[in-house]
Design a protein around this ligand. Structure first.
Ligand code: ZN
Length: 340
């Protein structure tokens, strides 16, 4: 396992200090699987101001399509050959088709009737229940023999900085035969790794991270938690790799509880930094992809300028897919480790 970094240094002259020379380090890290590069730079204290949540949330219930009085009226239903009852319901959670689909089998799963759930109030039980509900949906799709029942993916955009257009918490849930870019690159690179090394990249990664300990957070059940060497997020990413699981459909009820328990810990630690928004994606292979291990990636989201609403994705990330992380992942690991 190679953790490669290219170290750089910038020299600037400071006019406030008689043109004294200042040297600023940065680092370009290479993802050990895909070769994707990530820049560690713009070093700053990972601490943000939280907004006034009352002002942010106030009034949004009035037009929220996922609130209890509207969700059964305005959200669409599945066709009879897919889900005969139209929408899936579990307690007060609902799954219905995404009205803005980006694939054939695209759905939305609400976390229930509650319009606003503060980030730290996602209990392990609530998250495990929502993920389990999404898995019920995936199993239903699988049972129909639908050709899109290949990769079963949960994406979570929590709060507007992460791309959510609604406050009401929900998951994007979809089954697809077309793997999204980074997942496809990982699948291909993992196959190549198995062919050339004779071992599974993901097992080797977990072993390497346990050995150095610099980025490893801990093990819950068969989930291994760690900060990533070449993160996508400006405040690092947390990766959870499921030992022995290749696909979303391999996850059992205990795995979902373990995933939820780990996420709750990660959320609690990022909350202390003032983070209140994140993305979380499932990365899955098929059940026969021996080269792959199911994993999820949690990535905190924030602003580059909160007052102006400047997102943490600019030209570098949007058009080059080159990422910036504002602290060393090993230092972020030290902060997160307090919760593990
Ligand atoms: Zn709502």
């Amino acid at each position: 396992m190679k953790f490669e970094a290219i170290k750089k240094e910038t020299v600037i002259l400071n006019p406030q200090k008689d043109m004294a020379e200042r040297r600023i380090p940065s680092e370009i890290r290479i993802d050990p699987l895909t070769g994707r590069t990530a820049r560690i730079c713009h070093f700053m204290k990972l601490q943000w101001e939280k907004p006034d949540f009352n002002a942010l949330v106030s009034g949004t219930e009035a037009w929220c399509p996922f609130c209890a009085d509207k969700v059964q009226v305005v959200t669409p239903c599945f066709p009879k050959d897919l889900i005969p009852e139209g929408r899936l319901q579990k307690d007060d959670m609902l799954i219905f088709p995404n009205i803005a689909p980006y694939d054939s089998i695209g759905a939305v799963a609400t976390f229930g009737a509650r319009h606003y759930i503060p980030m730290t109030e996602f209990t392990p039980a609530l998250m495990a229940s929502a993920f389990g509900f999404a898995l019920d949906f995936f199993r239903r799709i699988e049972s129909t023999g639908h050709p899109e029942s290949v990769y079963h993916i949960i994406n979570w955009n929590y709060m507007p900085p992460a791309g959510s257009s609604l406050i009401h918490p929900h998951l994007q849930v979809f089954s697809t035969s077309t793997a999204p870019n980074l997942m496809r690159q990982e699948l291909e690179a993992s196959r190549h790794y198995l062919d050339s090394h004779g071992s599974c990249f993901w097992e080797d990664l977990v072993a390497a991270e346990i050995k150095t300990g610099e980025r490893y957070l801990g093990k819950i059940g068969r989930t291994h938690w760690m900060t990533t060497f070449a993160p996508m997020g400006v405040a690092g990413d947390v990766l959870a790799v499921l030992e022995g699981a290749r696909s979303t459909l391999d996850l059992n009820a205990q795995d979902l509880q373990d995933i939820a328990a780990g996420l709750a810990k990660v959320i609690a630690e990022y909350d202390k930094m003032g983070i209140y928004s994140f993305n979380m994606n499932f990365f899955t292979g098929t059940r026969t992809d021996e080269h792959f291990r199911f994993h999820l990636l949690f990535s905190p989201r924030t602003f580059f300028n909160q007052k102006l609403g400047t997102p943490d994705v600019g030209a570098l990330r949007n058009l080059f897919n080159e990422t910036l992380c504002m602290a060393y992942p090993e230092e972020i690991n030290d902060m997160l480790k307090q919760g593990f």
